[in-house]
Write a protein that binds this ligand. Structure first.
Ligand SMILES: [Zn+2]
Length: 249
């Protein structure tokens, strides 16, 4: 997978008409190999990024921040030590810890983190957990999995990374696979894709599901798919085949 594909994904997510992010919101990353990954640098706008807007960082020192619970100057030092090009003035996004953990421990190839208006309307309401834990139409199950992992509000940075690890591990225990969507209360959406196209499709479907759910609440009471229907869709061979096709695009 190339940095070029990550630039393309980032610009698409940042297009103003989509209302997924504004100004410097959101961040994206792509696994290069077992040693390192690219992540958007702090302060860059997704809409206008190019190849020079990303920092290549090694997993080791970043995961160390979580293992050794580093903070302050020790954490800054670890982030600098992680940069493959030590002389680059760019700093990785403040969310570099959760990107490292999802790419390294949860099998993702590409991470897209955004703050879409339709999703955040729900995540900033008392419907947040209901939206995360239900599915409302079949293609949502196919792209976004049987439910979303949900993380109660936490401070961005390392505290949020610990919360994300707990939520993703709980999901993996229940379903035997990693989540496709992680929802952060009062904050935003994380899509775990195999590649940039997959991460875009998951984001688009989660945003569509949020808009439909909100509309269903406006016209009446939302009618969710049953657990049986969800399990059936999730395990159906033809749907698994279709999902793989999405992932491989
Ligand atoms: Zn965010």
């Amino acid at each position: 997978m190339s940095l070029e594909s990550l630039v393309g994904l980032s610009r698409t997510l940042g297009a103003p008409s989509r209302q997924y992010v504004i100004i410097g919101e959101g961040n994206t990353s792509l696994k290069r190999d077992e040693e390192s990954f690219w992540i958007k640098a702090s302060g860059q706008m997704l809409e206008t990024v190019d190849e020079t807007s990303f920092v290549e960082v090694r997993f080791g020192p970043i995961l160390d921040i979580l293992e050794r619970q580093l903070s302050g100057a020790a954490m800054d030092e670890a982030v600098n030590a992680a940069k493959v090009n030590a002389s680059s003035p760019l700093r990785p996004s403040i969310e570099v810890t959760f990107h490292a953990l999802l790419l390294h421990e949860f099998g993702a190839g590409c991470i897209a983190h955004t703050h879409p208006v339709p999703v955040n309307q729900l995540l900033c309401s008392n419907r947040a957990l209901e939206y995360a834990s239900h599915r409302i139409f079949p293609d949502e199950v196919v792209l976004c999995g049987p439910r979303s992992a949900f993380v109660p509000y936490l401070d961005p940075g390392v505290p949020l990374a610990y919360g994300i690890r707990r939520a993703a591990a709980g999901y993996a225990d229940q379903y035997g696979e990693s989540p496709k969507v992680i929802l952060l209360q009062n904050h935003g959406l994380i899509a775990l894709g195999k590649n940039p196209t997959d991460a875009l499709h998951i984001t688009e479907m989660a945003v569509k599901a949020a808009a439909i759910y909100t509309g269903a609440c406006a016209v009446g009471t939302p009618v969710f798919l049953s657990e049986e229907d969800i399990a059936h869709l999730h395990k159906r061979p033809d749907e698994i085949y279709r999902r793989r096709q999405f992932e491989e695009q």
